[in-house]
Write a protein that binds this ligand. Structure first.
Ligand code: EPZ
Length: 421
């Protein structure tokens, strides 16, 4: 096991390049299942979840080669010989459920282990199944597996999502590209990762309109050519670095990302008193005045992203006054709170609302990462804490952040990865 050791109090200053977005790259890689041709995807981040995705694709028979140094993957979709995503892979990464739509579309059958819950919530997939059923799929759930069939192939239809679920939108979108006739996804998720998936599918010849809005229209085709796409930048990684700069009273510029990807997050940072400079393909956040508290609620895009909640909570510990943070997407996404309190934060939870009193002087301690974004929150707090902070179980972090300690070192942080005996 490894840990990150941080000596806090160093002011972060400088520029950092943002990697490709994990939450765009995963569905885009699964979309290569839709074609038997060869695909090439650029700007892929070197993450544990990408490795898991490649294992799932190879378990299905696809040949995928990841050139990590140059961040591109080439996939040969021809040798698809299995329709089963095995339990041992799906349990390590719930996003594997995104093979459902492509396999049903291409093969008319899919067998995927029920993803099960994770630290932040039960994470059901009922919206995915009902959307695909509208296209003619039938599902049997037994022995922990979802077994889907579409014996007559998928037929275009209207799919109304009860909630703008990102994953359900992605499964529906991918399946509809090979369904016979036109499909409409209503109440679709509007996240930038949906827009990026649509662009990748369009490079395969898919006919899609409306991505990024609540209604997406897809004209299904009989086959798709290989994908040729470069993955959009990671807005959650960018927000993590902007918060890291601000909590150290520094100034950080994230390169390779448009401010349009972080509209609500940048508005909140501005309300906290940060100086925000928006450029065409980069964003700079600079500390200028003592931070003011925030009041925010997580919501589907373009609302405040739940994936940035933990990071903003760490920053809020240094704001002058009480911040109120309401987590309305996941039922258990406050696991970073007890760990932040070990560093000296003053946070009270009532239901899905956390009240953060600041500024609270933080002092280094050993803390435990519990999930991907909670890990980032502990690092941000450790950067401001007096003395040494050790963040353990950082395998959570490696799922979604590429070389985070190197990027933070380049910004002036004292942070090293060490063996955790
Ligand atoms: C995606 O998860 C992201 N993961 C999550 O990022 C992100 O937090 C989430 O979207 C919300 O933005 C990937 O893209 C790989 P949802 P997803 O379906 O698709 C409920 C990270 O840290 N729901 O939009 O699973 C669900 O329980 C991860 O990078 C159902 O009830 O999220 C949740 O409460 C964490 N039934 C809400 O909807 C369903 O069938 C939103 O989930 C599907 C979802």
């Amino acid at each position: 096991m490894e840990k990150l050791k941080i000596i806090g109090g160093k002011r972060l200053e400088g520029r950092v390049a943002v990697s490709g977005a994990k939450n765009a790259a995963l569905p885009i890689l699964f979309a290569t299942l839709l074609s038997q041709a060869k695909s090439r995807i650029e700007n892929i981040p070197a993450l544990a979840d990408i490795q898991t995705t490649l294992k799932v694709l190879s378990a299905l028979g696809l040949r995928a080669n990841f050139n990590e140094d140059n961040h591109f993957i080439e996939v040969d979709g021809e040798p698809l010989h299995s329709i089963e995503a095995p339990y041992d892979l799906v349990r390590t990464m719930r996003a594997s459920v995104l093979v459902l739509g492509p396999l049903l579309a291409r093969r008319g059958e899919a067998k995927v282990s029920l993803p099960g819950g994770c630290a932040i919530g039960a994470r059901p997939v009922d919206f995915h199944l009902s959307a695909l059923e509208a296209l003619g799929a039938h599902f049997i759930i037994e022995s922990g597996y979802i077994h889907g069939t579409a014996p007559k192939g998928l037929k275009g239809n209207r799919m109304k999502l009860p909630f703008p679920s990102v994953g359900a939108t992605e499964n529906a979108l991918m399946a509809a590209t090979l369904a016979e006739g036109t499909s409409i996804i209503e109440n679709a998720a509007r996240e930038p990762e949906i827009i990026d998936l649509a662009k990748a599918l369009r490079s395969m010849g898919a006919e899609i309109k409306g991505e990024g809005q609540s209604e997406i229209i897809i004209a299904g085709g009989s086959s798709l050519k290989g994908m040729n796409h470069s993955v959009a930048p990671d807005r959650v990684e960018a927000a993590t670095f902007l918060c890291s700069g601000l909590i150290t009273e520094g100034s950080v510029e994230t390169l390779g990302i448009s401010p349009d990807f972080l509209t609500s997050a940048l508005d909140e940072l501005q309300l906290m008193g940060a100086k925000i400079e928006r450029f065409s393909n980069s964003i700079r956040a600079s500390f200028q005045d003592p931070l003011s508290p925030i009041s925010l609620e997580t919501a589907p895009f373009p609302g405040f992203p739940t994936d940035m909640q933990a990071q903003f909570m760490a920053l809020a510990t240094q704001a002058r006054g009480q911040s109120v943070i309401r987590e309305s997407i996941f039922e258990n996404r406050f696991m970073h709170v007890p760990e932040l309190c070990r560093l000296g934060a003053k946070i009270k939870i009532q239901g899905n609302v956390a009240r953060v009193d600041g500024p609270s002087p933080l002092t280094g301690a050993t803390v435990m990462a519990t999930d991907l974004r909670a890990s980032a929150s502990l690092i941000i707090a450790g950067l401001a804490a007096k003395g040494e902070t050790n963040v353990r179980r950082i395998y959570h972090l490696d799922r979604g952040y590429e070389q985070i300690e190197k990027k933070l070192q380049n910004l002036g942080a004292s942070i090293t990865r060490e063996f955790d005996k």
